[in-house]
Write a protein that binds this ligand. Structure first.
Ligand SMILES: [Fe+2]
Ligand SMILES: [Fe+2]
Length: 474
């Protein structure tokens, strides 16, 4: 199954055995490339970039490193190897064989799940399109491009499913995935966070930590799917996703490390003094954290959701690592949930299937906390009395039961006036944004240099030195 091949579209799905599908995907390929050239990293398409390319799903094959010009990247279709006799692991059809074709009654729901996932992939490339021009180092520039080309491959993964299993509708959806644009008022991307501007590296690192991590949990839930090709596709995508979150986690860690170490060394206390030294003060980092965390929490959808219940019942989308749960049918249990009703906080017993978005969000919150703890250990190691905190999950939400209800970061309900009065302490202000842009204006293209506001990474990529020429920028 995991053979390397020389097709125009690298794949491990025996594409050449299905001429119709092969032709359809080869017809989509030029549209993809023209999208990439228009909307991919601007100004770096001719550069040689030290990139990882997947050529198969085996442990040796999936990570080949070499210099590649991005438009020549070999975007391929790779599914994790099938699990023999795999059975449906949850929901109403638990225990039956998984599906190799889509049952007619689930066609629309599955298409919607695949399109929603697929839409996020090109969206993030669009959001990050100009970041190369302000890179803090060549090492970071390379990581940005690695994330970008892999999001491109994730789009291929979803388009493969659309073309293979959804006929004409699928082909139309595949076209539409290249037509929507992040942040475009007329044809926006489907989900909110993927229309937010991500114009500087502080946001990029927050995005890859928080928003790509939503991606991880969506992929984990989809990898449980009864529709086996979706399960296998998403399982392989998760291996790539891990790198994106590494970029985010270590990126924030390095910013925090730089600020804390300089505060210690130069005896800086007040944020104004930290800014005079050209650094990102910790309260500012906290405000960006608050924003990207809230935006990313929204991506999980409403807390109480009949869609989520239907997806679970039908076996389309499970919980992350479903096998760790005891009850896979989830028909007689309830989720004890804090809810907002008529402007008041209360508790409700929500049928578990309807609470599946919240169950997935719980896992996500815990995972985010692990990263925040690491960042805090770094701050503490420099003796700086400051702790980063995840705000309460009700804070600044735009989706779900807390949507547009004013809460402070501790989760306390407050008045709209109070929220407006204190917003500047909790979310990036115009002054913050201007400051961040001002210190991140100049790109660093010399491999030996690192921007002032971030510490160097502990190590380079694939055994190379940190100051290796990861991008040959011409
Ligand atoms: Fe992705
Ligand atoms: Fe990603």
């Amino acid at each position: 199954m995991s053979n390397v091949n020389n097709d125009r579209i690298p794949n491990n799905v025996s594409l050449s055995d299905d001429k119709r599908l092969q032709r359809a995907l080869e017809a989509w390929q030029p549209s993809f490339l023209s999208w990439w050239n228009d909307m991919g990293p601007f100004g770096f398409q001719k550069d040689d970039v030290f990139l990882r390319t997947a050529t198969s799903v085996t442990s040796e094959g999936w990570a080949n490193f070499d210099y590649v010009k991005m438009p020549e990247y070999r975007w391929g279709i790779f599914l994790a190897d099938p699990t023999k006799d795999r059975k449906i692991g949850f929901g109403d059809n638990m225990g039956q064989p998984v599906w190799q074709q889509i049952p007619g009654e689930h066609r629309n729901a599955l298409r919607r799940l695949i399109v929603t996932q697929g839409d996020t992939e090109p969206a993030s490339v669009e959001q990050q399109r100009l970041l190369g021009h302000t890179c803090p180092s060549v090492y970071d520039l390379r990581n940005l491009f690695q994330v970008n080309v892999e999001e491109g491959r994730h789009l291929w993964a979803m388009v493969y499913l659309l073309h293979s299993y959804f006929g004409r509708d699928g082909r139309e959806e595949a076209e539409a995935l290249l037509e929507r644009r992040s942040g475009d008022p007329d044809k926006p991307r489907i989900l909110g966070a993927f229309n937010e501007p991500c114009t500087e590296w502080l946001s990029f690192f927050m995005f890859t930590f928080f928003t790509d991590r939503d991606g991880k949990y969506q992929l984990l839930a989809l990898s449980e799917s009864s529709f086996d090709p979706l399960s296998r596709t998403t399982r392989f995508m998760l291996t790539e996703e891990a790198h994106h979150m590494f970029v985010g986690e270590t990126g924030v860690l390095r910013m925090v490390e730089r600020t804390a170490s300089q505060m210690k060394e130069l005896g800086l206390e007040h944020p104004d003094d930290v800014r005079k030294a050209g650094l990102l003060d910790l309260p500012l980092i906290q405000r960006y954290l608050n924003l990207w965390y809230a935006l990313s929490l929204d991506l999980f959808g409403g807390e109480i959701s009949s869609n989520a219940a239907n997806f679970f019942a039908a076996g389309l989308k499970g919980r992350a690592k479903e096998e760790r749960y005891e009850d896979h049918v989830a028909l007689d249990s309830f989720y004890d949930m804090e809810v907002v009703r008529d402007g008041k906080l209360g508790r409700e017993q929500v049928p578990l299937r309807n609470a599946m978005n919240e169950v997935l969000r719980d896992e996500y919150v815990e995972d985010c906390q692990r990263g925040v703890d690491k960042w805090n250990r770094t701050i503490a190691a420099h003796g700086i009395p400051f702790e980063l905190k995840l705000p309460h999950r009700r804070f600044y939400r735009q989706v779900g039961i807390s949507a547009n209800v004013p809460f402070d970061p501790s989760g306390k309900m407050i008045s709209k006036d109070q929220f407006e009065a204190q917003k500047g302490e909790w979310l990036p202000t115009e002054a913050d944004k201007a400051y961040v842009q001002s210190i991140m204006q100049k790109p660093v293209f010399d491999p030996k240099q690192m921007a002032n506001w971030i510490a160097p990474p502990k190590q380079g990529i694939k055994g190379r030195a940190v100051d290796f020429e990861y991008v040959r920028h011409t």
